[in-house]
Design a protein around this ligand. Structure first.
Ligand code: AMP
Ligand code: GLY
Length: 419
């Protein structure tokens, strides 16, 4: 049997491990208590000391630190780019310059590390103002606002280095774009690329896309408003020129190229690249690919990617339950009720799986909150509306003090009568 190692400790890695376990023996390092409770082996051993046929690296940090390079140097098959490819996510300034060289459509922008120049440039822009930290900030380093004074204050705070430390000492200011956002996760094997079903992520903490940006409060897939033609358009205008530029720079990208795209009135525009599976998009996507994950990811790692198999034809909705105080100051240690000893719903519901992000077990063995995003509750059904109902019914059965949950994940899309 194929042996897989998944690197990471969140709900994304739980979903990947759960999907891979349908056709492989899976070990997660370090994993979390919810993954272990679900019957998947978790170990503290570093990935470089493990043996497996396939290594799947979840988070951006180990990728930017070169874990994929280290594993490949040992002759391992790895899903995840090396340090060179990971720069597309590690530095927004690098990414924007790369996009310019590649001719990929993206918002007009400037890169700054000095306040006077940044404020002068800001004054030339029209609202909404978009200010981003250059480095990794777990999805929280972006401000989008119509308020010029707030934008100026954010520029000064970020450049002071207080808000995001070194990651924020350089900023990107860019043109605000309007339209529907889509997360297109594209599998790349170094040469070929193939997209998974388009997904939508809900980044703001509050209903109606209000409040602070977060790591992601929910997702659904497929996104019916993205036609096949729209996906082809993103592949042709954005992904293919990117692959060509990667090749031109001698970067062998084997992993997931996650295109965060705005479907604007002037066509698809690239907001950002991530170099890994999205979180929580992955928790919605994995259940749609049935048993094919092992062969699909093995093909990515070994450079033998063909067509991505069709989904099961179902729809998936993922709702994230976050801790009190998320994203500013999440509280830990609140007891979670509604989960059984296996970390799944105490009263099982059809089509539902609970992926653990920030949980731990207390001295009595109960699951308690232990991070900003606590659980990602995913449900599949034949229609988006039915998947949504299942997901929210499951969430209603899981409670903890101060739980933060959006009520409107996939609401607009399901009201449009999407499948
Ligand atoms: P990013 O981390 O660059 O994807 O930004 C996080 C979120 O901020 C995106 O998912 C969008 O919702 C929003 N955003 C980023 N860039 C822009 C932009 N140029 N115009 C409008 N919204 C944006
Ligand atoms: N869902 C956004 C991300 O994974 O960065």
């Amino acid at each position: 049997m194929t042996r897989c190692v998944v690197v990471g400790s969140g709900a994304r890695e739980h979903a990947l491990a759960w999907g891979l376990a349908r056709g492989a023996e899976v070990v997660v390092t370090p994993g979390n208590p919810g993954i272990a409770a679900h019957g998947i082996t978790c170990v503290e051993t570093p990935a470089t000391e493990l043996e497996a046929d396939l290594f799947v690296i979840g988070p951006e940090l180990p990728l930017t630190q070169g874990l994929a390079d280290e594993l490949r140097a040992q002759g391992k098959a790895v899903v995840g780019p090396g340090r060179d490819g990971a720069r597309l996510e590690a530095s927004k300034a690098f990414m924007k310059a790369f996009l310019r060289d590649a001719g990929v459509p993206t918002a007009h922008f400037g890169v700054f590390d000095r306040p006077e120049e940044a404020l002068d440039f800001l004054a030339t822009m029209a609202p909404p103002y978009v200010i981003k930290t250059d480095g990794l900030a777990a999805g929280k380093g972006v401000l989008v606002t119509d308020d010029f004074d707030e934008a100026c204050a954010d520029v000064l705070e970020k450049l002071s280095g207080h808000a995001f430390g070194h990651a924020g000492k350089t900023i990107v200011i860019e043109e605000g774009l309007d339209g529907e956002e889509c997360s297109l996760l594209v599998l790349c094997d170094g040469v070929r690329a193939a997209a998974l079903a388009p997904a939508q992520d809900f980044k703001r903490v509050g209903d109606g896309d209000t409040g602070a940006n977060t790591g992601g409060m929910g997702a659904y897939a497929p996104m019916a408003s993205m036609s096949e033609r729209d996906v082809d358009d993103v592949m042709t205008r954005i992904v293919e020129p990117t692959l060509a530029e990667l090749r031109r720079r001698g970067i062998d990208f084997r992993g997931v190229l996650y295109a965060g795209v705005m479907m604007s009135s002037r066509g698809p525009q690239l907001l950002e690249y991530n170099v890994r599976f999205g979180d929580p998009e992955t928790e919605a996507l994995v259940p749609l690919y049935g048993d094919s994950l092992v062969s699909l990811l093995s093909a990515v790692a070994t450079g033998t990617l063909g067509e991505v198999p069709a989904t099961t034809g179902q729809c998936a909705v993922t709702v994230v339950l976050s801790a009190a105080g998320y994203p500013e100051d999440p509280r830990r240690g609140d007891v979670i009720s509604g989960l059984g000893d296996d970390g799944q719903l105490a009263l099982p519901r059809e089509g539902v799986v609970v992926f653990h992000a920030g949980t731990r077990r207390d001295e009595r063995g109960r699951f308690v909150t232990h991070g900003g995003r606590v659980l990602a509750v995913s449900a599949v059904a034949d229609t988006l509306g039915a998947a949504r109902e299942r997901a929210y019914a499951a969430c209603a059965a899981i409670t903890f003090e101060g739980r933060v949950m959006r009520q409107d994940i996939a609401r607009a899309a399901s009201e449009l009568g999407e499948p």
